[in-house]
Design a protein around this ligand. Structure first.
Ligand code: NAP
Length: 275
């Protein structure tokens, strides 16, 4: 059994998995976990050097091949190229994880329209584009397929100082429920997973403005503390597993109860942006 996993190591034997933005952070962890449980995995994002490094690191860490393609979720033609690559090589897809995202903190009043558009384009429109391009492949999965959209715990409340990301993730949550209904006839389940705080490189750079912010997040997580990609991958694996065969249009909140305690982004905003 892969270390730290509660699932049997062949749970996803032969399954075909696509993780967007899988070269870094949690996406790499999702890809690694699926590989360790027997799946074939492809990742895709913009930076070729990150993809090459991810494939090399994966080979070092697991001895398995991680497939990759360059793709910008903002450009339909690159998304379709990846879908065509999957079609040509695998013929179908069993699991899609919409993980790619961009984010940074800034007050809404100071947010440029370009910044707003860029984040919404990646997170909301990108999730739509990739899901739509993969739909014909997901329909062909023999045992039914699964889509997991990675959201954030400000998707259903307020997202102060990350308004672009909040609005986009809220849209993704709504899209999750809509596609769950529309695609149920095709045996495609569509769910969302809301991670806890994982100190990935981009989170450290764009959201944790100084050490006090990390401490604030830490003190507002009732269960499990700052978490990691491995634990978050277990949530995604569960949603894609036969154990979750009756779950669709749902969200799994894996944030240790942080959302119940308070709005950390509001506190960040007050500390760094309010006069
Ligand atoms: P990350 O390390 O920043 O990874 C994001 C990935 O998305 C990168 O590999 C990036 O690759 C890719 N990406 C960005 N723009 C793209 C585009 N236009 N087209 C294709 N790929 C693109 O992120 P993370 O912290 O692991 O977060 C993963 C997911 O969890 C995200 O959906 C995030 O919103 C969510 N989340 C994270 C946290 C946390 O604490 N980390 C908390 C809640 C929710 P390229 O630069 O190569 O394109």
């Amino acid at each position: 059994m892969p270390s730290g996993s509660v699932f049997k190591d062949n749970l996803f034997e032969g399954k075909k998995v696509f993780v967007t933005g899988g070269a870094t952070g949690m996406g790499f962890g999702f890809a690694k976990s699926f590989l360790e449980h027997g799946a074939d995995v492809i990742i895709a994002s913009r930076k070729e050097e990150s993809l090459v490094k991810a494939a090399a690191d994966m080979m070092d860490q697991t001895g398995k091949t991680l497939h990759w393609k360059t793709m910008d979720v903002r450009h339909t033609e690159t998304v379709e190229e990846v879908a065509n690559y999957i079609k040509d090589n695998w013929g179908h897809l069993d699991i899609l994880v919409n993980n790619a995202a961009g984010n940074f903190v800034t007050p809404a009043a100071a947010m440029s329209e370009n910044a707003w558009r860029a984040v919404v384009d990646i997170v909301l429109d990108g999730t739509f584009r990739v899901s739509k391009a993969c739909y014909p492949l997901l329909r062909k999965s023999e045992d039914g397929s699964s889509v997991v959209n990675i959201i954030a715990n400000y998707a259903w409340g307020a997202a102060p100082f990350v308004a672009h990301s909040g609005a986009a993730k809220a849209g993704v949550l709504n899209l999750t429920r809509t596609l769950a209904l529309e695609w149920s006839k095709d045996k495609i389940r569509v769910n969302a997973m809301c991670p806890g705080v994982v100190l990935t490189e981009n989170v450290k750079k764009n959201l944790m403005l100084d050490e006090s912010v990390v401490e604030m997040f830490k003190s507002n997580i009732p269960a499990g503390g700052i978490t990691n990609a491995e634990k978050m991958a277990q949530q995604v694996l569960y949603l894609c597993s036969p154990a979750a065969s009756v779950i669709t249009g749902d969200m799994l909140i894996a944030d240790g109860g942080e959302w119940l305690v308070g709005n950390n982004f509001y506190q960040i905003g007050k500390k760094f942006f309010d006069e």
